[in-house]
Design a protein around this ligand. Structure first.
Ligand code: NAD
Length: 484
C-alpha cells in the first residue's frame, strides 16, 4: 500500500509552520532505508519565536483552573485513543516497530496524560501550624515555568507523553524537541492537544540540530527546567549546561539491565516474559533486560527455552501482519551493534542467532545471544540498545548481586525466583531505580520511573514526577490579632 509522504512542521505559538529558512531534514523508513518524507529544521529565528510564544502560552495555561487543565488533557488523551490506529501506522512506518506495539504505546501514552491531568487536580497546598498565634504559614506548590523536553526516537510518543503529562499537569508550559528520526508521530500527539483546545504556545514542537537547540533553550531565561531522555553521555552534557544556569533537570538515561534467574524460578514463564521484554522494539528500550545471570543448575535449560523464543520471532517490516520484531532505527545503530558483537567474538564469546532470514534491505539486526562473556568485552560495559542478550552463570547469589551492581548504570533490574525471601533481599540489594520480580510491568504512570547512578535522576512516574515540575513557596502572614 502506498503511503502519503511525511511532511512534519514545527508548532510555534500555536501555528504549524515550516522553518523560516525552509530548511528540512530527510526521514527514512528503517525497514527499507528509503526516503519517506521530511521534517522542518528550526533555525535560531524559529527558536526565538518559539520561546516568545511559549512564554505567552504558559501564562494562559497556568491561569486556567486545575479542573480546566484536566479537562483539556483528558480530551487530548481521548483523541489520542481515537486516533491510535492511524497514528500507530505512522509510528510503525518511521520507527520500524510492529504496528501492534505502536498502538499499545499510544494507548499507554493516553493513560499517562490522563493520569497526570488527574494528578494535577491534587496538587494541594499545605498549611503548616505556626509557633505563635495569628501567624499563618502557607506552602504553595506552583508550576516551575516553561520546560524544555528533549525526547528520543525509541518510543516517539510515550517518551513525550511522560514529560508533557507531568509538566502540563503541574501547570507548566512545554517546548518539546522531539526526535528527528521519528518526527511525524510526535506531531500527531501534539495535534491532539491542539484539537483539545490547549492555549496557543502552551505546547511547542521543534526539530533541528539537537546540540544547537539544547544550547539555545537551556540558556534561555524563559526556560526554567530541562527534561531529557537519551544516552548517558548526552545526559551528562545537558545536565552540566543546566547546572551552569542553575536550572533543575530530570534525566532518564541508559541502562544495562541485569536479570537474575534463580534455581527456583519458573523457567518457562521466565524465558517467555524476558524474551518478550528483550526483543520488544528490537531491544531499543532503556529498561531492556541485557545481562542475564543464570544459576548454574538451570542455565542450560533456560538458554534452550530462550533460544526457542528467539527462533519464534517473526522479523520484518512493522506494518506487515504477524511481525514481532522490526528493524533498528538507522544504519548507525546497525554499525554500533555489529561492532559490539564482533568485539565479543574476537574476545572469545560464543554467539548464537536463530536461523531466521532477515529482510535484504533496511536496518535489520538479528537477535543475538552472547554466551561465555568476559569483562573485557565491550558489550559487558556498554549499553547495547538492540536485540542482544548476554548470558552468564553464577553459583552464589552474592556473586550475582555483585555482578548486577558492577556497572555505573542503575535503571531497571529483573529477578525470577519462587522464593519470597530472595524477592525481598534482591529488592533491597540491587542498585537500580526499578526492580521487577517475576514480571516486567513497571511502566504504569502511577509508579516511579527513573534510574540511579549514571542512569540519571528524577522520576517520570507517580506524584513525584509532577512535583518535580513545581517550585515550593512559603507565604507566612502575621494577621492582625483577631477581635475575639
Ligand atoms: P545519541 O547519544 O546520539 O542521541 C540520543 C538522543 O539524544 C537522541 O534523541 C538525540 O537527538 C539526542 N541528543 C544527542 N545530542 C544532543 C544534544 N547535544 N542536545 C539534545 N539532545 C541531544 O544516540 P543515538 O544514536 O540517537 O541513540 C543511541 C543511544 O542513545 C543508545 O545507545 C542509548 O543509550 C541511548 N538512547 C536511550 C534512550 C532511552 O530511552 N533512555 C532512548 C534512545 C536512545
Amino acid at each position: 500500500m502506498s503511503e502519503t509522504p511525511i511532511n512534519t512542521q514545527l508548532l510555534i505559538a500555536g501555528q504549524w509552520q515550516d522553518a523560516a529558512d525552509g530548511r528540512t531534514l530527510p526521514i527514512l523508513d528503517p525497514a527499507s532505508g528509503e526516503l519517506i518524507g521530511k521534517v522542518a529544521h528550526a533555525s535560531v529565528a524559529d527558536l526565538d519565536k518559539t520561546v516568545a510564544g511559549a512564554a505567552v502560552g504558559y501564562d494562559a495555561w497556568r491561569n486556567l483552573s486545575a479542573w480546566d487543565r484536566y479537562a483539556i488533557m483528558r480530551k487530548a488523551a481521548d483523541l489520542l485513543r481515537e486516533r491510535a490506529d492511524a497514528i500507530g501506522r505512522i509510528m510503525s512506518r518511521e520507527q520500524g516497530k510492529p504496528l501492534a506495539q505502536a498502538v499499545i504505546e499510544i494507548n499507554a501514552a493516553a493513560g499517562v496524560i490522563e493520569y497526570f491531568g488527574e494528578e494535577g487536580r491534587r496538587l494541594n497546598d499545605e498549611l503548616v501550624p505556626a509557633r505563635v498565634p495569628d501567624v499563618e504559614q502557607r506552602v504553595l506548590h506552583r508550576p516551575i515555568g516553561v520546560v524544555a523536553a528533549f525526547t528520543p526516537w525509541n518510543f516517539p510518543i510515550n517518551q513525550i507523553a511522560r514529560k508533557l503529562g507531568a509538566a502540563l499537569g503541574a501547570g507548566c508550559g512545554v517546548i518539546v524537541k522531539a526526535p528527528e528520526d521519528t518526527p511525524a508521530s510526535p506531531a500527531e500527539l501534539i495535534r491532539c492537544f491542539c484539537d483539545a483546545g490547549i492555549p496557543a504556545g502552551a505546547v511547542s514542537l521543534v526539530y533541528g540540530t539537537p546540540a544547537e537547540i539544547s544550547e539555545y533553550l537551556i540558556a534561555h531565561p524563559v526556560v526554567r527546567k530541562i527534561s531529557f531522555t537519551g544516552s548517558t553521555p548526552v545526559g551528562k552534557h545537558l545536565a552540566a549546561l543546566a547546572g551552569g544556569q542553575m536550572k533543575p533537570v530530570t534525566m532518564e538515561l541508559g541502562g544495562h539491565g541485569p536479570v537474575i534467574v534463580c534455581r527456583d524460578a519458573d523457567l518457562d514463564q521466565a524465558a517467555e516474559r524476558v524474551a518478550a521484554a528483550k526483543f520488544r522494539n528490537a531491544g531499543q528500550v532503556c529498561i531492556a533486560p541485557t545481562r542475564f545471570l543464570l544459576h548454574k543448575d538451570i542455565a542450560a535449560a533456560f538458554i534452550e527455552k530462550f533460544k526457542a523464543q528467539m527462533s519464534a520471532l517473526k522479523i520484518g517490516r512493522g506494518l506487515d501482519a504477524g511481525v514481532t520484531m522490526g528493524p533498528v532505527i538507522n544504519e548507525r545503530r546497525v554499525k554500533a551493534l555489529t561492532e559490539l558483537v564482533d568485539d565479543a567474538r574476537a574476545k572469545g564469546a560464543e554467539l548464537w542467532q536463530p536461523d531466521t532470514a532477515l529482510p535484504n534491505k533496511g536496518f535489520f539486526f538479528p537477535p543475538t545471544l552472547v554466551l561465555k562473556p568476559t569483562l573485557e568485552m565491550r558489550v559487558m560495559q556498554e549499553e547495547p540498545f538492540g536485540p542482544i542478550a548476554i548470558m552468564d552463570e553464577f553459583s552464589e547469589l552474592a556473586d550475582a548481586i555483585k555482578e548486577a551492581n558492577r556497572l555505573p548504570y542503575g535503571l531497571a533490574a529483573y529477578v525470577y525466583t519462587g522464593c519470597e525471601r530472595t524477592e525481598r533481599l534482591l529488592g533491597e540489594k540491587l542498585e537500580a531505580g526499578m526492580v521487577a520480580i517475576n514480571h516486567h510491568g513497571i511502566g504504569v504512570p502511577e509508579v516511579p520511573f527513573g534510574g540511579v547512578k549514571d542512569s540519571g535522576y528524577g522520576t517520570e512516574g507517580g506524584p513525584a514526577a509532577l512535583r518535580a515540575h513545581t517550585i515550593i513557596k512559603l507565604v507566612s502572614s502575621l494577621h492582625r490579632p483577631s477581635a475575639y
